[in-house]
Design a protein around this ligand. Structure first.
Ligand SMILES: [Fe+2]
Length: 384
C-alpha cells in the first residue's frame, strides 16, 4: 500500500493565474505575505500576480528572498516576520528557492524551536500557515512536494523537512509565467525536472501511481525540453514543460529520489549549480543502475523517446544514458567534471565525500552503491 499526497487544488495551463482571486475568495485570508525573488519584481511578474488578486491585493505585503539557494537563516528570518505580523496566508512566487522559503516559513512560524530541529522525516507537530505556490520556472516541482529543502551552513549540506504538513493548499502552474526564462535557465531547470522524473520512476519506493506521473514527465521532457530551450516563446513547449515539472514533482514526492541527487549533494556546494551537479552524475549513475534493472531502464529509454522496438532489453536499456547525453549535448551542458575546473587528483576525495554526505538519499536508489562504486562513477564523470 502507499499514500499519494498532493496539494488540494492544482490549477494548470495557460491563464491559470486568473484563478488566484477565486482561490483567495475560498480561503479569505486577512493578511497575505508574498515571498518572491528580486528578479520577479524586475520582470513584472509580481505586478501580474498582484493584478490577479482582486481586492485581496490591498492585504498583501512582500518579502524578497535575496538568496538563490535558501538556507536555514533566511527561512527562520521569514518565519519570524510571519509570526510577528500575523499573516494567515503565504504565497510563494518564483523558482524553487522562494517557494521553499515560503513553505519553510509557513511551518517554522508555528514551531517555536526554529528550523533545525524540524529537519528530517515527519517531525512537524502541527500544520503550518496555508500556502499558495506559483512557480515561474519549470523545474524544482516544489509547488507539489511534501519537502522543504534548505542549506545548513554548519554542516555544509542541504537538508529537508519531509512532511505532508508542508504541502501547499494550492499550486498555480501557469506556463505563461515561464515564457521569460532565458535559454540557460530553461535548460537548467528542465534538467532538474528530468532527473526528478527519472529518479522518481526508478526509486526503490516507486509505486504504480507515482510511476504514472514520472513516466509522463519523462515523455514530455524528452520531447519538449529541446524545443523550449531553442525557442522560449513556444507556448506549447512551455506548457508541456510546466506540466512535466509538476508531474515529476508529484511523482518524486510520493516515491523518492536516488543516487544522482544523493551524490550531487556535495557538488551543490562546491561552486556547482544544482543542474551542473546533476549533469555530471546523471548519465553515469543511470549507466551504473541499469545493470540488473535492464527492464526498468529500457522503459526509461522508451519514455525519453528512444527507439527501442525490436531491441533486446539489454540493448534498449543502454539507450537511457544515451538519451541523457544527447539532451545535455543539445543544451550545451557538459557531463564531465573536468569541464567545471575539477582536477583529476580531487576526484577520489570528492567521490568518497559524496558517498558519505549522500547517505540520507542513497537507500532510495534502486541499486546499492558502495564506496568503490562511487569511485567508479566519479571516475567516469571526470571524463577522459
Ligand atoms: Fe533536484
Amino acid at each position: 500500500m502507499y499514500d499519494i499526497v498532493q496539494p488540494k487544488i492544482l490549477c494548470m495551463g495557460p491563464g491559470a493565474l486568473q484563478s488566484l482571486e477565486r482561490i483567495l475568495r475560498q480561503m479569505d485570508p486577512g493578511r497575505i505575505l508574498i515571498v518572491t525573488g528580486p528578479n520577479l519584481r524586475k520582470a513584472g511578474i509580481l505586478e501580474r500576480v498582484l493584478g490577479s488578486m482582486g481586492s485581496y491585493k490591498d492585504r498583501v505585503e512582500t518579502f524578497i528572498n535575496p538568496v538563490p539557494e535558501p538556507d536555514v537563516t533566511i527561512v527562520e528570518e521569514c518565519a519570524r516576520i510571519v509570526r510577528e505580523k500575523g499573516y494567515d496566508l503565504i504565497v510563494g512566487l518564483g523558482g524553487g528557492s522562494p517557494m521553499d522559503v515560503a513553505k519553510g516559513a509557513a511551518v517554522v512560524a508555528v514551531h517555536e524551536e526554529g528550523m533545525r530541529p524540524l529537519l528530517g522525516r515527519n517531525l512537524l507537530r502541527r500544520k503550518g500557515i496555508p500556502t499558495i505556490l506559483v512557480p515561474t520556472t519549470a523545474g524544482s516541482g516544489t509547488e507539489v512536494t511534501q519537502a522543504v529543502v534548505a542549506y545548513v551552513p554548519e554542516e555544509e549540506t542541504k537538508k529537508s523537512i519531509w512532511d505532508p504538513r508542508t504541502m501547499a493548499e494550492a499550486a498555480i502552474v501557469d506556463p505563461e509565467l515561464t515564457l521569460q526564462m532565458p535559454p540557460r535557465l530553461t535548460a537548467e531547470t528542465g534538467l532538474d525536472a528530468l532527473v526528478h522524473a527519472i529518479e522518481g520512476y526508478t526509486s526503490r519506493y516507486a509505486n504504480p501511481v507515482s510511476r504514472m506521473y514520472t513516466r509522463e514527465a519523462m515523455r514530455l521532457i524528452g520531447r519538449y525540453l529541446p524545443r523550449a530551450y531553442r525557442d522560449g516563446s513556444d507556448l506549447e513547449a512551455r506548457e508541456a514543460m510546466a506540466r512535466a515539472a509538476t508531474l515529476a514533482g508529484i511523482g518524486m514526492s510520493n516515491s523518492g529520489l536516488g543516487a544522482i541527487h544523493a551524490l550531487a549533494l556535495i557538488l551543490d556546494h562546491k561552486g556547482f549549480t544544482h543542474c551542473q551537479s546533476l549533469a555530471v552524475l546523471a548519465p553515469w549513475v543511470v549507466r551504473f543502475n541499469r545493470l540488473g534493472h535492464e527492464e526498468l531502464y529500457a522503459r526509461v529509454a522508451e519514455a525519453l523517446g528512444e527507439k527501442v522496438q525490436g531491441l533486446r532489453v539489454e540493448e534498449a536499456s543502454r539507450k537511457a544514458s544515451d538519451a541523457l547525453l544527447r539532451l545535455l549535448r543539445e543544451m550545451q551542458i557538459s557531463p564531465y567534471l573536468k569541464d567545471y575546473g575539477i582536477r583529476k587528483d580531487e576526484v577520489r576525495s570528492l567521490a568518497l565525500g559524496a558517498h558519505r554526505v549522500g547517505q540520507r538519499l542513497l537507500p532510495m536508489n534502486i541499486r546499492e552503491i558502495s564506496e568503490e562504486d562511487a569511485l567508479a562513477i566519479f571516475g567516469e564523470a571526470y571524463g577522459s
